[in-house]
Design a protein around this ligand. Structure first.
Ligand code: UGA
Length: 433
């Protein structure tokens, strides 16, 4: 099939490259001329395992190309995915300016039937607006369909998530749209959930909100564990084996970050408010997530007493491993709070340091975890990169000024570290500290 993806950000690029890999002819379009020029040279603006190779392979096979012209994209494809950003406005609502702009452009450049598919995460009822906007700006009577096909890609494993999805959700209002999308996804051999457009839009927000809910729930449990001397990992294991609950997204830690959960939780609270419903549960999810960082700062103070003039060695900047993304990363808030209290910061991250250099001030960026440890009063784990899991602890102990570890991701075994002479503070692991 001939497909175009408007918006060559994270979702757009992964989706475009994967559709090309499945044998379709894909145009990834973006109005950022510099980005398109880079992509044409094979320079990928984000770090995502396997993406660079996948793009190069499909460009070589002539199944994937890049364009800065929406006209070119609309003219040469029957299916148009909208994957532009929907950033948060100051009040938490999603900013749909980009979507509206693309819709107008599609309308003005359409010459025959097109299926326009929302891929970006959008508030319920955006599909209605898309239909109205396209009908308003279309030059003459041309048939078109709008559909919703939310993405469930996780950064760091997006290609695998695309190729092996748990399910594919398509929100459609015509037989034709249903057929086109069902055929497109047939090679993936995955269950397809077909709904109306509004349900599909809601599924996306409901999923992210529910997963955020799980994380805040286990973080709340971790606080109780700390108070009574239980271990949150054991509690999560005991809960997770219940098939109705499931083990995933029950890792207590520094709280969720990234470009999706914080933004989507805020947007969902706003959507509900607009619809006249007070989503109090989701407000609590958000609050617990915010408080989680204070909880960690308190843990640091519990062992250091005074933070001022102490050096804190931070391992991990990205909001989770296998990505260089630092959008809404808990590391940034934690570092800012520590600096405000007068602490000095040394930091290392395998991928995210370049991006962080543009944001963090007066931070010492180190070559590896050991350089971070040298002379630090405490080591703080913020992101659970694999390379932090297997450190040489004898060396770490020698390098640290004091053998203090605050493990914001519960990656270490408390008893093991205690045996090696560390004061180990995890999240909800009082039972073993
Ligand atoms: C999330 C969803 O998982 C995807 O399904 C969705 O497509 C995507 O948002 C999106 O809307 O585009 P992502 O933001 O890439 O994906 O990352 P996740 O793996 O979901 O992690 C989000 C945050 O939760 C991270 O900060 C992570 O560290 C945190 N987390 C996750 C925990 O603190 N504990 C857990 O048990 C799991």
């Amino acid at each position: 099939m001939n497909i175009s993806i408007i918006g060559s950000g994270y979702v757009g690029l992964v989706t475009g490259a994967c559709f090309a890999e499945l044998g379709n002819r894909v145009i990834c379009a973006d109005n950022d001329i510099k980005k398109i020029a880079h992509l044409k040279k094979g320079i990928i603006p984000i770090y995502e395992p396997g993406l660079e190779e996948l793009v190069a392979h499909n460009v070589k096979k002539k199944r994937l190309r890049f364009s800065s012209s929406i006209k070119d994209a609309v003219k040469n494809s029957e299916i148009i995915f909208i994957a532009v950003g929907t950033p948060a406005l100051e009040n938490g609502e999603a900013d749909l300016t980009g979507i509206e702009n693309v819709a107008r452009n599609i309308a003005m450049n359409m010459t025959s039937y097109r299926l326009i598919v929302e891929k970006s995460t959008v508030p319920v009822e955006t599909g209605e607006w898309l239909k109205r906007t396209i009908s308003t700006y279309i030059k003459r009577k041309i048939e078109f369909d709008v559909a919703s096909n939310p993405e469930f890609l996780r950064e760091g494993q997006a290609i695998n998530d695309f190729m092996h999805p748990d399910r594919i959700v398509i929100g459609v209002e015509s037989k034709r749209a249903k057929e086109v999308l069902t055929n497109l996804y047939k090679p993936l051999n995955a269950p397809i959930v077909t709904t109306n457009i509004k349900s599909a839009e809601l599924i996306k927000h409901a999923c992210n909100a529910f997963l955020a809910n799980k994380i805040s729930f286990i973080n709340a449990i971790s606080r109780i564990c700390d108070k009574v001397g239980a271990d949150v990992k054991e509690v999560a294991d005991g809960m997770g084996l219940d098939k109705r609950i499931g083990a995933s997204f029950l890792n207590a830690g520094v709280g969720y970050g990234g470009s999706c959960f914080p933004k989507d939780v805020d947007a969902f609270i706003k959507i509900s408010e607009k619809l006249g419903y007070d989503f109090a549960l989701l407000k609590a999810v958000k609050n617990i997530n915010e408080e989680q960082k204070d909880f960690i700062l308190k843990k640091l103070k519990d062992i250091l007493w005074i933070v001022k003039d102490k050096t804190i060695g931070v391992l991990g900047l990205s909001f989770k491993p296998n990505t260089d993304d630092i959008r809404n990363a808990p590391s940034l808030d934690l570092i800012n709070a520590l600096q405000t209290e007068g602490a000095k910061i040394k930091v290392y991250d395998p991928q995210a340091m370049e991006k962080a250099k543009g944001i963090l001030r007066q931070v010492r960026f180190c070559q590896d975890p050991y350089e971070v440890c040298r002379g630090s009063d405490c080591l703080l784990i913020v992101t659970e990169w694999d390379e932090f899991k297997e450190l040489d602890f004898a060396k770490v102990k020698k390098l640290l000024k004091r053998p203090f570890i605050v493990d914001g991701r519960n990656i270490y075994e408390p008893q093991k570290l205690k045996k090696q002479g560390f004061t180990y503070i995890g999240i909800g692991r009082k039972g073993y500290e």
